[in-house]
Write a protein that binds this ligand. Structure first.
Ligand SMILES: [Zn+2]
Length: 158
């Protein structure tokens, strides 16, 4: 049985989100984050990632990035929240989504997108409605979402 399903999102009113199909324990690997592996050169040269769609791009290693903006990547539908219940994890070039809290059945799954705090941050207002919401989808550190196993960054709202 799959641990999550697609449903209209409570956070992104125009979009979809992923919801828990049953109670999920902290530490559970919920879904793989898949996509196209591209070289750094490709991501640097592609206009697609020039801050318009950075949320799908992951830094895998010094040579390659993962472009998760593909229809078969269900995990791309997970929305950002400032008090997220999931996070990205990985090993080698594999990425997945793991529960960082106990999650109740029918709860929306959320991650913390690692946007940099730069002049563009106002492009991405946050509507997560959590008490900890900083108003924008930002986090100090790298411009792109980074697998935390490789790079830890400090949250801006602490
Ligand atoms: Zn928020």
């Amino acid at each position: 049985m799959k641990l999550c399903r697609i449903k209209k999102s409570n956070i992104d009113r125009n979009g979809k989100g992923l919801y828990a199909t049953k109670d999920i324990e902290e530490g559970t690997r919920i879904i793989d984050y898949v996509g196209k592996i591209i070289t750094k050169k490709q991501s640097e040269e592609s206009e697609k990632f020039d801050n318009s769609k950075p949320i799908y791009l992951f830094d895998l290693n010094s040579k390659y990035d993962l472009d998760g903006d593909v229809p078969w990547n269900t995990a791309r539908l997970i929305n950002h929240s400032c008090s997220n219940n999931c996070d990205y994890d990985g090993q080698g070039i594999k990425l997945w989504v793991v529960a960082i809290k106990n999650i109740k059945k029918n709860e929306e799954l959320t991650c913390d997108y690692g946007f940099a705090y730069d002049s563009d941050y106002k492009q991405f207002p946050c509507k997560c409605q959590s008490k900890k919401c900083v108003g924008y989808i930002v986090r100090e550190g790298s411009r792109w979402r980074i697998n935390k196993k490789f790079k830890k960054s400090t949250r801006i709202n602490k």
